[in-house]
Ligand binder design. Structure first.
Ligand code: 5RP
Length: 236
């Protein structure tokens, strides 16, 4: 099957397979969201069905929950799990300190809660996600629908004082309607081009009324598994 994949899918696939090898019998595992995490869930499903691997999975979105169930993985809630041994998830960008931008799939809120409640977070990514400085990928910020335009104005005002190159903020759409997250919120995408101080920006964003969470994952990721289009994998 791998020979039929495009280079980018092969890169995601090999990173996901390497991460799946880290999962051991009896583990409670956070299951990320997105196309790379979907490969992970499929690979874990193969191990559950083929090797009798016994795990409990805590999905980070309804999409991942559905896929995990289809793959035969036992799905439990975070509250049932209490704490997780390992979370494996994709990312939109990662830098040399393993700080991340996440939320391209609009699941950043559950993803951050689940990753933070884990002994270890491992990111799986194709090599194109690696950056020197975060910010080329628009930073997703989850906001409650009530007064979202006021929240956007407050975000724009805050960005004027931050070390970023761009300040435009757009509402993520799903066709003609605003995108609605699994938690019933909207996503604002911040087109910043370059984030000079990601830690400070993450703190400032979360102080704005109406902001639920931002897609900067600072000091949360422990390891990155990078996949390449030729099938190579690097564990960082
Ligand atoms: C979803 C995410 C994803 O992990 C991120 O968007 C990467 O997705 P993909 O693996 O499809 O490139 O943060 O909210």
């Amino acid at each position: 099957m791998i020979k039929d994949l495009s280079p980018i899918d092969k890169a995601k696939y090999v990173a996901a397979c390497r991460a799946a090898d880290l999962v051991q019998d009896g583990m409670r595992v956070g299951l990320g969201t997105g196309s790379t995490a979907a490969w992970l869930v499929r690979r874990l499903g193969e191990r559950v069905r083929g090797e009798g691997l016994t795990i409990k999975g805590v999905p980070t979105s309804t999409a991942t929950a559905q896929l995990a169930r289809e793959e035969g993985i036992e799905v439990i809630s975070l509250d049932q799990a209490g704490w997780l041994d390992l979370t494996i998830d994709g990312a939109d960008e990662f830098d040399g300190e393993f700080n991340l931008i996440k939320g391209g799939g609009a699941a950043l809120l559950q993803e951050k809660i689940v990753a933070t409640a884990s002994d270890q977070m491992v990111v799986i990514a194709d090599a194109g996600k690696e950056v020197e400085t975060l910010g080329a990928f628009p930073l997703p910020v989850e906001v409650i629908p009530f007064g979202w335009q006021t929240t956007r104005t407050l975000i724009e005002e805050a960005l004027d004082t931050m070390d970023v190159l761009g300040t435009s903020v757009t509402l993520r759409m799903n066709g003609e309607a605003p995108k609605v997250t699994d938690e019933g919120n909207h996503i604002l995408d911040l087109h910043l081009k370059r984030i000079g101080n990601a830690r400070q920006l993450a703190l400032v964003m979360n102080q704005i009324p109406g902001v639920v969470e931002n897609g900067l994952f600072i000091d949360i990721c422990d390891k990155v598994i990078v996949g390449y289009g030729d099938g190579r994998v690097e564990l960082r």
